[in-house]
Design a protein around this ligand. Structure first.
Ligand code: SAH
Ligand code: SF4
Ligand code: F3S
Length: 460
């Protein structure tokens, strides 16, 4: 899913909602993908309905929850380090409750309890409704663990607690049934299940009434969405959303290449408010490795999908995920991945070193590509993709006029503002009177790096 890197290891700020006197305050730190960000909003929705307030800083909190990711070793390391940094807070406030939520909670379960005598609560992604009760027990000094996975939980009736803004995440399904051999997600998130279409559309309408301008529909594999009520598929859902909130931009993450149907591509093309951007993780350019990964497609089938997308939507931006150094990967397999990048010429990519995860099928096959080889291959992939992103931007973006959704002052220079194109590229431009947060402005691009476009706002 996208970044926040598609899948990231950034932590996101949480909304500061101030509370009536006396309420206990909770602070949640989020790691991992966008689904985790949306889960944090769900957790805050549950807790605020149960009398908790939201702290804007960990120092102020009576409860600190880390909503964690288990996708790679590095993501887990960061959380363990963070736990060490939280020790002083506990010393200052002995009643402080520290809990681990999310995918690491599901993976490590009771192994997390009592870690540094700090963690008192371990709650997996399908058990957040139990948080208020578990917290009551934790304040009474009892450790708590709830890590059952559910076949039905979608938190459909919970209103996520979001700060006002222009962009919102909405989970449309949970879990994953693909079982790629490297991936821990099917084990930490359980079986695939979808939310009813009507309730998703109603949530989008509420977001639109609150002034949100953009929504990203989330799932590990959104194109296997099925409305449990009507049987409608993901293309039907997208069309229903596009019609229900015609003034909102609609994005989605992530699609699996095997399920990228013609119907979905044609639906994207048919609605101007469905953003022309697809994140389509390929993982490797070698058919042997794709088979070992259980991805369910060949390079040829993948390229045929890319061709179809480009026939129907010539301006659609594309990004991907790549894993370098999966077990048994040879130099020839690696060259095939570089070749695939040259063939597709993605706008961008998220690139990772293979990280073996206990419990997956590939775990048993070992981790036979030496660390320095993995790193060298990853660096070659990154260097090539950066070059391609740069060239693609020079060729396709200079002189182009984009409709840009204004996000606010740029991070580097507050004199300049930033926004995003329909194709999900960041654009920097000098502020004009038309520029207010959430406005759509037309920007002509005059310069580009591999990751950012620079331009000027055209008069309305
Ligand atoms: N459901 C999405 C991706 C979820 S995980 C999909 O199928 O595309 C996001 C990305 O993390 C994956 O696409 C993959 O590139 C990477 N990833 C997952 N497991 C990994 C592992 N064990 N080591 C390295 N990268 C991994
Ligand atoms: Fe993991 Fe594969 Fe499911 Fe994506 S589709 S979450 S990579 S198992
Ligand atoms: Fe997301 Fe990480 Fe879990 S990527 S689904 S938080 S393992």
């Amino acid at each position: 899913m996208l970044e926040l890197p598609v899948l990231g290891s950034e932590t996101a700020p949480q909304p500061a909602v101030h509370t009536a006197n006396g309420a206990r305050l909770v602070y949640v730190e989020t790691y991992g993908c966008q689904m985790n960000l949306n889960d944090t909003e769900i957790v805050l929705g549950i807790l605020s309905a149960n009398g908790y307030g939201v702290a804007s800083r960990p120092e102020e909190a009576d409860v600190i929850l880390l909503n964690t990711c288990a996708v790679r070793e590095h993501a887990e390391q960061r959380v363990l380090e963070r736990l060490n940094h939280l020790k002083p807070y506990k010393r200052q406030k002995p009643w402080l409750v520290v809990g681990i939520l999310g995918c690491m909670a599901e993976r490590l379960r009771s192994r997390l309890l009592g870690r540094n005598a700090l963690v008192e609560l371990v709650v997996g992604p399908d058990e957040y409704r139990k948080l208020p009760q578990l917290l009551e027990h934790a304040f009474a000094g009892e450790q708590g663990i709830a890590v059952r996975l559910s076949r039905v939980e979608t938190y459909d009736d919970i209103e996520p607690l979001r700060t006002e803004g222009i962009s919102a995440w909405v989970s449309i399904m949970r879990g994953c049934d693909k079982f790629c051999t490297f991936c821990i997600v099917p084990f930490t998130r359980g079986r695939e299940r979808s939310r009813p279409l009507n309730s998703i559309v109603a949530e989008l309408q509420r977001l639109s009434e609150r002034g949100f301008k953009e929504v990203t529909l989330l799932g590990q594999n959104v194109n296997s969405y099925r409305d449990p009520v009507s049987g409608a598929d993901f293309a039907d859902l997208l069309a229903a959303c596009a019609r229900a909130v015609p003034h909102m931009r609609i994005r989605y993450l992530t699609s699996h290449p095997s399920d990228m149907s013609d119907k979905l591509i044609e639906t994207m093309a048919a609605y101007p408010n469905i953003c022309k951007y697809i994140h389509l993780p390929v993982q490797s350019g070698s058919n042997r490795i794709l088979r070992l990964m259980n991805r369910g497609y060949t390079v040829e089938q993948y390229l045929e999908r890319i061709e179809r997308i480009r026939q129907v939507m010539p301006d659609c931006a594309l990004s991907t995920d790549i894993i370098a150094g999966f077990c048994t990967e040879t130099e020839e397999d690696h060259q095939a991945t570089l070749e695939l990048l040259r063939t597709v010429r993605y706008d961008g990519a998220y690139m990772f070193k293979y990280s073996p995860r206990e419990g997956t099928r590939a775990w048993k096959w070992g981790d036979d590509v030496p660390e320095e080889v993995k790193l060298r291959r990853l660096n070659e992939i990154i260097a090539l993709q950066q070059q391609i992103s740069y060239e693609v931007n020079q060729e396709r973006e200079i002189g182009r006029i984009h409709e840009v959704l204004v996000e606010g002052p740029s991070k580097r220079n507050p004199e300049e503002w930033q926004g995003r194109t329909d194709t999900n590229k960041v654009v920097i431009f000098p502020r004009t009177p038309e520029c207010s947060v959430g406005a759509l402005v037309r920007v002509r691009i005059h310069r580009a790096t591999s990751a950012t476009l620079f331009g000027e706002v055209l008069a309305a």
